[in-house]
Design a protein around this ligand. Structure first.
Ligand code: C5P
Length: 405
């Protein structure tokens, strides 16, 4: 087994600068990279930058006698385990779809016998243009894996799909492609970008018993926390998921610790430390019943309800924020029904966390499959569009990886 060898073809778009970060991540993840720049790409990043980051020769021209005699372009396209085109511009994808080979990059792409991953980035109109969509469909039919671009504000001032996904997401896609291709996976091993990190995630509701058959609970399904645990594990982290009662299956590769009450969750969190990161997604009950009855409470015939007195539960997040075992990156969640961001800003201070991920739970978020979140950090607020919970999880995992590397 060897580490993966990536041939990275950089197209000429503003997102080319992110190729530098991708090279860093691949190397950090144990892979090696050889870069090829189109002529356009050289207006955005220099061969010198990528040569320094990859510690490998950078190729720009078919007509470079020195390069060609040391390693011909056919060999270059074959010695890699995987070819990644990033950013894949509209022009580059059009040439790939048509089989045009008029420079080093396109010639390599036509000559390769290895899996190809294209990571598009372009203006939203260019991405949505029928010609580009036709080319993407052709490339997919030809067996090229084409990542969906992210949606959001663009360098050109417009908004929509067309942004390059974050480098950790691309590295994750590279690893998934490698492991899904039996020919490639039998040749390489890939530790993820979060390999060697221990990440603690809490998820689900807690149940606070009233008597042996009744309890106080909330509507948390655990879906968002489980998706985050899964996404972090996919990036190579060792994940401990401390979960309240949810009925969800444990995500693959995650060590789940089941608890029922807030106090049990606090003890399980403490037992799981130390951790590099803690993501506290659980909807912990604020109160528990002071003395939970040993026997089922019965109606006494007078019509008077039993008096339940409540006491406050330990705040696990705030406890971690003030603890000497505080993880380097501490992330809390805030489920709010009004003034979502204002409450989150105050909560970040009060709980001593680095980030608060705030979500508006006034709709069908609890138990639903989508989420709209705002990440409140020391530097400000980042608002994401409404996304499936799995996508929120993947982007958040990538953001966490970015923070640690
Ligand atoms: O104060 P509030 O419940 O809105 O705070 C939410 C955040 O605090 C979440 O990250 C939740 O997991 C955490 N929390 C906790 N222990 C509690 C209450 C909340 O860890 N007792």
């Amino acid at each position: 087994m060897t580490s993966p060898r990536i041939l990275l073809i950089v197209g000429g778009g503003i997102a080319a600068y992110k190729a530098c970060e991708l090279v860093r991540l691949i190397r950090k993840g144990g892979g090696s990279v050889r870069c090829v720049l189109t002529e356009g790409a050289q207006h955005f990043v220099t061969p010198m930058t990528l040569a320094a980051l990859s510690e490998n020769e950078v190729h720009t021209s078919l007509w470079d006698l020195k390069n060609e005699t040391e390693m011909g372009h056919i060999q270059l396209s074959r010695e890699a385990n995987l070819v990644v085109v990033c950013p894949a511009t509209a022009d580059l994808m059009a040439k790939m779809a048509a089989g045009i080979a008029d420079d080093m990059a396109t010639t390599l792409l036509l000559a390769t016998d290895k899996p190809v991953l294209a990571v598009p980035a372009m203006n939203v109109r260019m991405w949505l243009h029928p010609a580009t969509q036709r080319n993407v469909a052709t490339l997919k039919a030809d067996g090229v894996t084409v990542l969906d671009p992210d949606e959001g504000p663009m360098a050109c001032g417009e908004y929509g799909p067309g942004r390059l996904p974050e480098p950790p997401v691309i590295w994750d896609a590279i690893q998934r492609l490698i492991s899904s291709d039996p020919f490639v996976s039998s040749e390489v091993e890939t530790p993820g970008v979060l390999a060697g990190r221990h990440i603690l995630v809490t998820a689900g509701p807690t149940h606070e018993p009233i008597d042996p058959v009744r309890y106080i609970a909330n509507r948390s399904s655990g879906k968002q926390g489980y998706a985050i645990a899964e996404a972090l594990a996919k990036l190579g982290a060792r994940v401990t998921l401390v979960s309240g009662p949810t009925g969800l299956p444990a995500p693959a590769g995650v060590n789940r610790v089941d608890v029922e009450t807030a106090r049990q969750m606090a003890a399980a969190v403490d037992a799981a430390l130390p951790a590099d990161v803690a993501v506290m997604v659980a909807a912990v009950a604020d109160w528990r019943v002071d003395t939970n009855a040993d026997q089922k409470i019965k109606k006494d015939g007078t019509g008077a309800p039993p008096a339940l007195s409540l006491v406050e539960n330990p705040d696990i997040l705030a406890g971690l924020g003030a603890s000497d075992k505080r993880p380097r990156l501490l992330i809390g969640f805030a489920a709010e029904t009004e003034k979502v961001v204002d409450h989150a800003v105050a909560k970040r201070e009060r709980k001593g966390s680095d980030w608060i991920v705030a979500n508006d739970v006034s709709g069908d978020v609890m138990g639903g499959d989508t989420n709209t979140i705002h990440i409140v950090t020391r530097d400000g607020v980042e608002s994401w569009e409404r996304l499936p919970k799995a996508d929120v999880a993947r982007r958040l995992a990538a953001r966490i990886a970015d923070e640690l590397v």
